[in-house]
Design a binder for this molecule. Structure first.
Ligand code: ACO
Length: 399
């Protein structure tokens, strides 16, 4: 570590905090979490109330503009987002050039980054009107890009947006439409997807948001900053846990195998995926809401047989001293994979859904960063551990 700065030529005090576990990188009024009590609030509103009574687009407005919209503001917001869902035809051609089996997250990350070349004015980040239009564009176009990445992997033609539909109905239409007739999603599925988007909309300084802020602090355009966030979310330690839960449930296979599985976890052979959280030392409030959404979705799609195993696992774990002592409770990923599978999404698409939901959070945090006069370019210190003052010998003398 460094030492207390006593003179200009002294390095000063430095902390060594890999992963910023104990270091606040910014001040923010977007999202509040109390992990001990299992509280999550967006702009002061409890997640439970927003999930039950609001919509994803209203929550997006709240996150980005800091307060709930008036009726006029909401109508205008929905109108703007609805009419920016189309993307330039060249973006479509660009996406069609990906390999037939390209991962949809790779396609999403690349195409969002490419949008900066279609909207070069986006680099004028100090202009609030400009920030607004880029924000609208990004929220509007994300489902189009995500759905096209999904269709690409299936070798199916890309479906254009249907702007007579709601945000989630339109997304479902672009994903699953199979004829020239209008695709009418079951409203219960559209609502459940809307709730899932709300639950993922922000989670303060997680890895991808930190990436958006870090890249955004260079004052680059928001498409480039959000593309960096998508890259961070792509990693298995961030966006990929729900897929691991599904694999685990399949491996357990029947309720009878649960005790031996739990014994293996307690012996330290593996982890109970979808349990535990760095911040929540109580039930993740999002997991509670998702558990309830399972019922609505399974009413339409039929029950996923893995649900029974998940519920039994939860029951046993919540009463077991090992998990109780370590404050290990279900997190957001414990039930979300089951729902996504019921929608017939392949596991590679789970993180794309997460990215669409997280987009307003990334943009809210990016907008806050740009307007924070105290914010500096992200440039952490390091503790150098390499050699010093070596003498270079040219290649022809070394070889
Ligand atoms: N199953 C069994 N034991 C666990 C689990 C688990 N899922 N999670 C933590 N533990 C145990 C650890 O073995 C450790 O026990 P010990 O004190 O006897 O050594 C103790 O609980 C503390 O664990 P840490 O790894 O120090 O906790 P940390 O806060 O660093 O990890 C994490 C949090 C990574 C989420 C962890 O709980 C985990 O791996 N969970 C499973 C994966 C998962 O569900 N990830 C999704 C998180 S939500 C999200 O990212 C959107």
């Amino acid at each position: 570590l460094g030492q207390i700065k006593t003179a200009d030529d002294q390095p000063g005090l430095a902390t060594y905090d890999p992963g910023f576990v104990n270091t606040a990188s910014c001040r923010s009024s977007v999202t509040y979490i109390d992990g001990e009590k299992g509280v999550l609030e967006y702009r002061g509103y409890p997640i439970e109330q927003l999930a039950e009574k609001s919509t994803f687009l209203e929550v997006s407005y709240l996150l980005i503009y800091g307060e709930l919209p008036t009726k006029e503001q909401y109508d205008q917001w929905v109108h703007e987002i609805t009419y920016h869902t189309y993307v330039h035809e060249n973006v479509k051609s660009f996406m069609q050039g990906f390999r037939y089996d390209a991962h949809p997250m790779g396609m999403l990350m690349a195409s969002v980054g490419a949008l900066s070349t279609f909207y070069p004015e986006a680099s004028d980040i100090q202009d609030p009107a400009n920030r607004h239009i880029q924000t609208v564009r990004m929220i509007a176009k994300m489902p189009t890009l995500g759905a096209w990445a999904f269709r690409h992997a299936q070798g199916k033609p890309y479906i254009y947006p249907d702007n007579d539909l709601s945000y989630t109905e339109n997304f479902l239409s672009m994903l699953f439409k199979m004829s020239e007739h209008r695709y009418d999603a079951d409203p219960r599925l559209a609502k459940a997807l809307d709730v899932l988007f709300i639950l993922h909309a922000d989670h303060e300084q997680n890895c991808s948001t930190n990436a958006v802020r870090s890249v955004g602090s260079s004052q680059v355009d928001p498409y480039s900053a959000v593309a960096a966030g998508i890259g961070a979310l792509f990693g298995p330690l961030h966006g990929g846990a729900n897929e691991a839960v599904l694999r685990m449930l399949r491996r357990i296979g029947t309720k009878e195998n649960i005790p031996s599985f739990i014994k293996g976890v307690k012996d330290g052979n593996e982890r109970l995926m979808g349990f535990g959280h760095r911040v929540y030392k109580n039930y993740d409030p999002r997991a509670k809401i998702i558990k309830k959404a399972c019922d609505d979705v399974f009413e339409v799609t039929g029950v996923n047989p893995l649900l029974e195993i998940a519920q039994e696992l939860e029951k046993i774990a919540l009463e077991d001293e090992y998990f109780v002592k370590r404050k290990l409770y279900p997190n957001v990923d414990f039930y979300s994979g089951l729902i996504y599978e019921a929608f017939q999404f392949p596991p590679e698409m789970f993180t794309v859904l997460f990215a669409i939901g997280r987009t307003p959070g990334w943009l809210a945090q990016w907008g806050e960063l740009i307007q924070d006069k105290d914010q500096k370019i992200a440039r952490p210190k390091q503790i150098y551990t390499g050699d010093r003052t070596l003498t270079f010998t040219p290649a022809e003398e070394r070889w």
